[in-house]
Design a binder for this molecule. Structure first.
Ligand code: N2P
Length: 373
């Protein structure tokens, strides 16, 4: 330390007045020359960073948005959208809880909005960034507990039911009891989704799919165990390919997903069983730690631009509850009972609700089903 100080002062003394200044410039030029390549690399890096478009990370159900609409959003906002997919509310929740993702936007069903919101996982929405909320169909509010859209906005409404191959199942009956038929053993699938599949069994038995009655739940468990002997597997995604390829003849699935694959195999039909089913409102929300909250708001708002909502309905075959969009969809879609659910289906169907602590009743039953031989 001491030695350094001595050396420096002796250098300036040798040069006399003005020398330190000249020395300073000489050193400065030399340093600049030495640093030039570094500076160039740094400024390149800076400009690359400045030009890098922001990225929105979206976690969404599979086959649930028209891809061209996502590209159009990217072009409009000069951003990149990276999408990851899930096949149930529970798998999405488990991944987020495990810390996975860095996601901005997520699409929980209304009961899951409740669970996630209660656990502080969602970001309050800034309505000033969501002018398209004005287009929402207010009748969708009966399917959600977040009626003021404090944390979520309705995205799509759909039903669960049975997809089947008419040519392979000539004796098909529109009832959940089809899963008891030994004739199609190994050719049927049920959803790997505890609320959906326990819900189907409860409806088959004439009970509410939100029941807290333990006898009813036990009866549903026993019925699913009977079904289990006949099905190939519990599965919520591959059933679509399986139906198209005729690997499966009867599948428990989502309305729009089954409608989407009808073009690939003309034999595919979709029905809501006569005992009723679950009708779900899937919502779109922003995660509490979203890296791009403003862009996320822009995305939510975009989904409710009427032309966007209409194109999306036409593609996914679910109903985006956006009033002006209803007039923009084709007549064929407007008259499709799988998209615009008729009142008589609504009357015998129910929404899955968050049951708070009693959700455990359902997960326990599900564990028993999975563990049964
Ligand atoms: C998307 C299925 C979403 C329906 N493929 C879940 N309610």
């Amino acid at each position: 330390m001491k030695m350094n100080r001595t050396c420096r002062s002796s250098t300036s003394a040798v040069g006399g007045p003005g020398a330190p200044r000249a020395g300073f410039f000489r050193n400065w030029r030399a340093s600049l020359r030495r640093a030039a390549p570094l500076l160039a690399a740094f400024s390149l890096l800076l400009s690359a960073c400045a030009k890098k478009p922001p990225t929105l990370h979206v976690f969404i159900w599979s086959d649930y948005i028209k891809p061209e609409l996502v590209s159009a959003f990217e072009a409009l906002n000069g951003c990149k959208v990276v999408m990851d997919y899930y096949d149930s509310n529970e798998s999405m929740y488990a991944k987020l809880k495990a810390g996975g993702g860095g996601y901005d936007v997520v699409f929980p069903s209304s009961y899951m909005v409740n669970i996630m919101q209660a656990q502080g996982m969602l970001r309050p929405l800034d309505h000033t960034l969501l002018p398209n909320l004005a287009h929402l169909d207010p009748s969708a509010n009966r399917f959600t507990m977040d009626t003021n859209h404090a944390f979520s906005i309705p995205y799509m409404l759909g039903s669960s039911g049975i997809g089947y191959l008419a040519g392979k199942v000539p004796d098909f009956q529109p009832t959940w009891h089809m899963f008891e038929s030994p004739d199609y053993k190994g050719r049927m699938t049920l959803m790997n989704d505890y609320r959906e599949t326990i819900g189907a069994a409860l409806k088959a038995l004439g009970y509410s799919l939100n029941t807290l009655n333990t006898n009813e739940l036990a009866a549903a468990r026993d019925l699913i165990i009977t079904w289990k002997a006949n099905i190939a597997k519990f599965e919520s995604e591959q059933y679509k390919n399986g139906l198209v390829s005729s690997e499966f003849f009867v599948v428990h699935g989502y309305s729009g997903d089954i409608m989407q694959i009808m073009e690939e195999n003309e034999d595919i039909m979709y029905v809501v069983p006569e005992e009723g089913t679950s009708v779900a409102l899937d919502e779109v929300a922003i995660l509490k730690d979203a890296p791009q909250p403003e862009l996320a708001h822009a995305f939510l708002n975009y989904l409710h631009q009427p032309e966007v909502a209409a194109q999306n309905i036409e593609f996914v075959y679910y109903l985006c509850p956006n009033l002006p969009a209803y007039d923009l969809v084709s007549e064929e879609v407007r008259n499709d009972p799988a998209v615009f659910l008729p009142q008589e289906i609504m009357d015998r169907s129910e929404v899955v609700w968050d049951l708070g602590e009693n959700n455990a009743l359902y997960s326990r039953i599900w564990d028993e089903v999975k563990g049964a031989e």
